[in-house]
Design a protein around this ligand. Structure first.
Ligand code: SF4
Ligand code: SF4
Length: 594
């Protein structure tokens, strides 16, 4: 069976000369298989297509994907976005009393799955006829959709996209107005626990991404629902907030409810899930949901790149984290150093110990939101002047990727012109351009990119500039797990090859610990005062930080990835007593921890 998908945004039949139509061998023998539809886009008959792939190679814009799929997949088709559009096969299971975590690549249908489970999107079964109940005969989802259809299930959703248009009347309301409009005790208590009550008179339009995330999550969790569907709860949150949000999700679902959570931070996903379903496939082309695995096996299968029950390979090669936190012992000469710094911004004051940055090294900046990480980065970049102390980066070329990205109305190929010298270099192609998939975005308008795609272009631009110092503020935002790891590797490789020095501000501990050689940990009180400690080895930095958060982590023996210990477990107590908050040796995984 063939799946033929045409990306209408990339297809431009007015200028391509329509080689897909001309060269299709089935067209040439007189059977209409590829044609240009009235909307000017290519269309392909999947019944007559023989899957030769000629059109895929001939299309100058990479608009066509042809996938050979097993016949039985056809019986699992849940939704198709139009003729030759994205196809979603299967759905993650919903288990009563448990949280099912969903992991997978961006663009593989995770959010679409959630919309269908919420009843917000009526699946069309690809136009093949039949009903959802027949499709899921024999699985827990049959009862789920039966109850959903008869109105027996109450659903609460935390969407992925939080912001409305700035002039939307809802964004003009204050936090207090929103909270009181629900007149709900649980919401009051959740907002207090998330420290949102302190923001009372702030309008929603003035909230930071993290504050808005917590408010939206609190509203979703406060509802008296049977099923909680939560899309990317960690975005914009710091590590403290991520752990708090995860605890609240577990608490809520633990009361005999069901939860499905999409999450890209593997440590958080591991912490909050009872089961894990992997949504795999080809971004923008098709997605397939795996069965539910136990959390540890599900994540490890995903990292190994093989789903045993589906007998499906997700990628070539496994991902492991045995060198996490190790950094490089020997790094090169000092590129620049800074003295003790002080900066006051309104009511907030940041102080910083002195430090130095060496060539070929990556330094992570870790701390709460609103504690001055971006301010320190901007001082190091020479964008913000310190009130006291000096950062002698004068004469050094600095490349900076800001936290907030604003897409311009230009083709990605034109945007990347700014780094055309790097584009001509082999190392840039193999270490940055191809791993980040910029080639696939080349003909797209930057305004049409998703958050993750825009992030990859911004990172590629930052790493493409000729500089001695690279500063990347939240490079993991909107990226899936594999993309995060590729970004981390690209940063490391560019620093090593260019003999430059890099700084990363992020909240994804896995990205930071697998990418960095040293770490600056921030202490203080969000919005009031922050102090940046001097750079130390990654293990020492994370250890210090986790002590402040109050959690311990062990290492998974199969993949080396860090896992949060259950509070009060034997390992948790042992590690706290010994002061080793972050990771102990491989093999320490004990029964009952997974
Ligand atoms: S799919 Fe490619 S080759 Fe075919 S019409 Fe569109 S742009 Fe041209
Ligand atoms: S894969 Fe081959 S047979 Fe199918 S539409 Fe393309 S060129 Fe035609």
């Amino acid at each position: 069976m063939r799946l033929a998908v045409v990306d209408d945004e990339l297809c431009n039949s007015k200028i391509c000369g329509i080689p897909c139509v001309t060269f299709c061998p089935v067209n040439r023998i007189g059977t209409k298989t590829v044609w240009i539809a009235e909307n000017g886009k290519s269309r392909i008959n999947e019944q007559t297509c023989i899957g030769c792939g000629i059109c895929v190679h001939k299309c100058p814009f990479g608009a066509i994907s042809i996938i050979n799929v097993a016949d039985y997949w056809g019986k699992k088709l849940v939704h198709r976005y139009g003729e030759n559009g994205f196809a979603l096969y299967g759905l993650p299971e919903v288990k009563r009393g448990f949280v099912t975590g969903i992991i997978g690549r961006n663009g593989a249908g995770k959010s679409t799955s959630l919309k269908i489970l919420a009843g917000e999107l009526q699946p069309n079964l690809g136009g093949n006829g039949g009903s959802l109940l027949d499709l899921f005969k024999g699985s827990e989802l049959r009862q789920y959709f039966s109850d959903l259809g008869s109105g027996k299930l109450k659903i609460s959703v935390k969407p992925q996209i939080l912001t409305l248009e700035e002039d939307d009347p809802y964004m003009q309301k204050t936090v207090n107005e929103v909270i009181s409009s629900y007149n709900d005790e649980r919401l009051r208590s959740l907002t207090k626990e998330f420290a949102l009550d302190l923001l009372g008179e702030r309008r929603l339009g003035q909230l930071s991404g993290g504050e808005l995330q917590l408010l939206t999550l609190a509203i979703a969790l406060s509802k008296d629902a049977d099923v909680y569907l939560i899309d990317e709860p960690s975005s914009y949150l710091d590590v403290f907030q991520r752990m708090e949000a995860a605890k609240k999700i577990r608490e809520t679902v633990g009361r005999g409810k069901s939860g499905v959570v999409i999450e890209h931070d593997l440590i958080v996903l591991d912490y909050l899930s009872d089961y894990v379903s992997v949504v795999y496939g080809s971004p923008g082309v098709f997605g397939m949901a795996s069965r539910s695995y136990g959390t540890r096996n599900g994540i490890n299968n995903f990292l190994r790149g093989f789903l045993p029950d589906e007998n499906t390979r997700l990628r070539e090669g496994a991902i492991d984290f045995f060198d996490v936190g190790m950094g490089k012992e020997e790094v090169g000469r000092v590129i620049f150093s800074w003295e003790k710094l002080r900066k006051r911004l309104g009511d907030f004051e940041l102080t910083s110990d002195g430090g130095e940055a060496k060539e070929g090294s990556v330094t992570a900046l870790l701390g709460r939101n609103g504690i001055g990480k971006t301010t320190l980065v901007k001082m190091l970049a020479g964008i913000v002047e310190p009130d006291e102390g000096a950062v002698p980066t004068a004469g050094l070329r600095v490349s900076y990727k800001p936290q907030m990205l604003r897409p311009v109305d230009m083709l990605v190929s034109d945007v990347m012109e700014a780094v055309k010298d790097s584009l001509a270099k082999d190392y840039y192609k193999t270490e940055v351009f191809e791993p980040l998939g910029i080639d696939k975005l080349w003909n797209r308008n930057a305004k049409s990119l998703s958050g993750g795609e825009l992030q990859k272009v911004a990172v590629a631009l930052c790493l493409g500039r000729d500089a001695e110092v690279y500063l990347l503020d939240e490079p993991s935002a909107f990226l899936d797990v594999e993309e995060r790891l590729r970004v981390g590797k690209a940063i490391r490789r560019v620093m090593a090859i260019r003999r430059s020095t890099g700084f990363i501000v992020d909240h994804d501990l896995l990205l930071l610990t697998s990418t960095s050689d040293s770490m600056i940990v921030f202490e203080g009180e969000s919005g009031k005062r922050g102090h940046a400690r001097k750079p130390v080895k990654v293990l020492d930095g994370v250890n210090h930080f986790l002590k402040e958060v109050g959690i311990t982590m062990r290492r998974d023996p199969e993949t080396g990835r860090p896992r949060v210990n259950k509070e009060g477990s034997i390992l948790d107590r042992q590690q706290k007593e010994s002061g080793a908050y972050f990771m102990i040796s491989v093999g320490a995984e004990v029964e009952g921890q997974s």
